[in-house]
Design a protein around this ligand. Structure first.
Ligand SMILES: O=C(O)CCC(=O)C(=O)O
Length: 287
């Protein structure tokens, strides 16, 4: 898996070397110019929506639209039944606060510092995890796993409503502990049973993102084992932002940040344009 990932990244680099280089340079420049309010430590950091520009406004939009979106939700033919996406590209266009939050200079400075490159915003979703009503054994992303888009990536999770233990909170193991755990597991790239994880880590190494509406975290889901949506009693609503390096192997198949949304944001400013840029692309000469 590590070798396949390395080859995939090399391929992306060969496709657009100039862009990859410029993004790295820009990340260094941003680091010199912007002192972000916090940094991502051991593969994750907790914060609140009020710590970043437009965070409160984005949270309020999600709270406002979620009831309507739930009422009109149509189950898609494919996808996980327990984890639903409420936001549509149309809603994103109607509520610019969401992309303003996702592309603020502070947000991009934090993610760029962690990734070493100015990221692309691969996706932005309002996730609705629906209760199963009857207890079921965890399946798919309800089991411990790591994502495979890259060696590093950043997902941001903002609690849209209060989330307690019954609402299927996102749960993670910090990167350093996950790395040691991966060395001990027979199949560290697959879905892993709790029985294989929990005896190998300390209870305090299992970080559960319960909290009030507005509490949030940034998580490197490639380095940190994690799961979520194990909820058989209460629903969970979270805003999820997904940042990738330009050279990441793949992006999500279906995206809320689609080409029409990107196109409208390209003109805002060079930084936003670069974050919203889809692959493959060339940096503008004026950049
Ligand atoms: O919160 C969840 O339901 C799990 C999501 C997940 O596995 C991921 O974002 O990679």
């Amino acid at each position: 898996m590590r070798r396949a990932r390395g080859l995939g990244k090399a391929f992306q680099l060969v496709r657009s070397p100039k862009e990859a280089l410029l993004r790295r340079r820009l990340a260094r420049k941003l680091g010199r110019e912007t002192e972000p309010p916090f940094v991502i430590g051991d593969g994750y950091v907790r914060f609140t929506a009020d710590d970043l520009p437009h965070g409160r406004a984005a949270l309020e939009v999600c709270q406002e639209i979620s009831e309507d979106e739930k009422a009109t939700y149509v189950t898609p033919a494919i996808g996980k039944g327990f984890l639903r996406t409420l936001l549509t590209p149309e809603r994103l266009r109607e509520h610019p606060e969401l992309l303003a939050f996702a592309t603020s200079k502070d947000m991009i400075a934090i993610v760029s510092r962690y990734l070493g490159t100015v990221p692309t915003l691969a996706d932005l979703r309002l996730w609705w995890s629906v209760p199963s009503d009857v207890p079921k054994p965890p399946s798919e992303s309800q089991k411990f796993h790591r994502d495979h888009e890259d060696y590093r990536q950043v997902k941001v999770f903002v609690n849209v409503r209060d989330i307690d233990a019954d609402a299927g909170p996102f749960t993670l193991v910090p990167a350093s502990v996950s790395s040691r755990l991966a060395d001990e597991l027979p199949d560290p790239y697959g879905r892993v049973e709790d029985a294989d994880v929990l005896p190998r880590v300390q209870p305090e190494d299992v970080i559960v993102l319960t909290g009030q509406a507005g509490e949030a975290a940034m998580v490197d889901t490639c380095r940190c084992f994690h799961y979520g949506s194990r909820n058989d009693r209460k629903e969970r609503l979270v805003l999820m932002l997904h940042y990738l390096s330009f050279t990441s192997i793949f992006e999500p198949d279906t995206k809320v940040v689609d080409e029409s949304v990107r196109a409208e944001w390209q003109a805002r400013d060079p930084m936003v344009a670069s974050v919203m840029r889809a692959r493959p692309a060339r940096f503008p000469d004026t950049y």
